[in-house]
Ligand binder design. Structure first.
Ligand code: ATP
Ligand code: MG
Ligand code: FE
Length: 349
């Protein structure tokens, strides 16, 4: 099936057309520059810019793919989770198009999209597998049992890893968004310069939760380190701090992911979300999966951060299985990926 999908859950206005697992067009209008002065995404501003950009992005997606409406089998949109005002723009546009063009509508969970990004780079990928989902709002180990069937085996107890990156970047005056800036700077620094604590979740019966993450303690440790260094060293060794932080994060994510995969007899690991673009995480996971004879599959960089191709790819799968969503489906700011079936997906008559 060929799907046109819209993604407006945060600060990217994205439209893509995907035929099965092949991307025909992938348009992303980023609002990063607009939100930069505020040091983060301002919801009302995001919604307004989605509204201004969406029609143009849809036209561009059709032009680049060189197809017209008669070639499109369904319209998809991210419906949860995300900023409600922002989600509403994409979901309402998609429902309107579905109605006017008489096509099925498919409401998609944003994290399911991040998981499906891996299929764009490896079309032969099949469940079951373990997905390490690392983004601005989430850090989870998700067991993908079958299409649409998810079980969260581990998650962060406090900050998401992308959030930790953004906060540490602010401490180092690297601006917003922080992930790419820290990644770049870390490559010039010494990752062994400062030992930092890896977050661990204690269990009541003793020991540590093997698959859950914590990043707020690490962020506080970096904060304390910066305060201490500021008093004696000038200039601040920001490259070494960035490298030490990045190494701690990548090691922690890699170790828990490998343990989780081995414990659950899953021999394929996939990556998804904005932090999946991180160079150190990709390298460490590559090395560890090879050593443990596991398969690793990660999306190309453009499909790690928010995009609509991953949403379209998930929608293709649902449509091919005979599902679509009611036009009165609501957008939701929060929704667990395991609750996705209650979320919608009515059997087509
Ligand atoms: P969610 O998907 O949880 O709703 P989101 O959509 O805002 O959140 P994404 O767009 O998937 O998040 O990812 C954005 C995050 O990825 C930001 O926190 C950004 O700093 C981080 N990021 C992007 N590139 C890199 C990188 N190379 N290294 C580390 N972090 C990165
Ligand atoms: Mg984003
Ligand atoms: Fe995202």
């Amino acid at each position: 099936a060929t799907i046109l999908a819209l993604e407006t859950s945060c600060d990217e206005t994205a439209v893509a057309i995907v035929k099965n697992r092949k991307v025909l067009s992938n348009i992303v209008a980023s609002q990063i520059a607009i939100h930069q002065p505020y040091g983060g995404v301002v919801p009302e501003i995001a919604s307004r810019h989605h509204l201004e950009a969406i029609n143009h992005c849809i036209d561009r997606a059709l032009n680049v793919a060189k197809i017209d409406w008669s070639d499109i089998d369904g319209i998809g949109a991210t419906c949860a989770p995300g900023l409600v005002g922002a989600l509403l723009v994409g979901a309402t546009a998609a429902k309107t198009l579905a109605m006017v063009r008489n096509k099925p509508f498919l409401g998609i969970h944003h994290l399911e999209g991040h998981i499906y990004a891996s299929y764009l780079c490896k079309p032969q990928l099949q469940p079951p597998f373990l997905c390490l989902l690392v983004s601005g709002g989430h850090t989870s180990l998700i067991h993908v049992k079958a299409h649409g069937q998810y079980k969260t085996l581990g998650k962060t107890r406090d900050d998401a890893v992308g959030e930790a990156y953004d906060k540490v970047a602010r401490l180092l005056n690297l601006g917003y968004p922080g992930g790419p800036a820290i990644d770049k700077l870390a490559q010039t620094g010494n990752s062994q310069a400062f030992p930092l604590p890896e977050g661990k979740i204690s269990l009541p019966e003793g020991g540590y939760h093997p698959y859950d993450f914590s990043f707020s303690g690490l962020k506080t440790a970096v904060q304390r380190l910066v305060r201490k260094l500021e008093q004696k060293t000038a200039p601040l060794p920001i490259a070494d701090i960035a490298a030490s932080f990045q190494e701690t994060v990548a090691k922690s994510l890699t170790r828990k992911t490998i343990t989780c995969a081995l414990d659950h007899n899953l021999n394929t690991i996939t990556l998804g979300g904005g932090v999946a673009a991180n160079s150190r995480l990709r390298t460490l996971l590559q090395n560890s999966t090879e050593k443990n004879h596991l398969r690793l599959c990660f999306p190309s960089l453009e499909f790690c951060t928010d995009n609509a191709a991953m949403i379209a790819c998930a929608a293709v799968e649902h449509l091919n299985r005979g599902y679509n969503s009611p036009l009165n489906m609501e957008v939701q700011s929060r929704l667990n990926i395991a609750d996705i079936l209650e979320f919608r997906l009515n059997e087509r008559e």
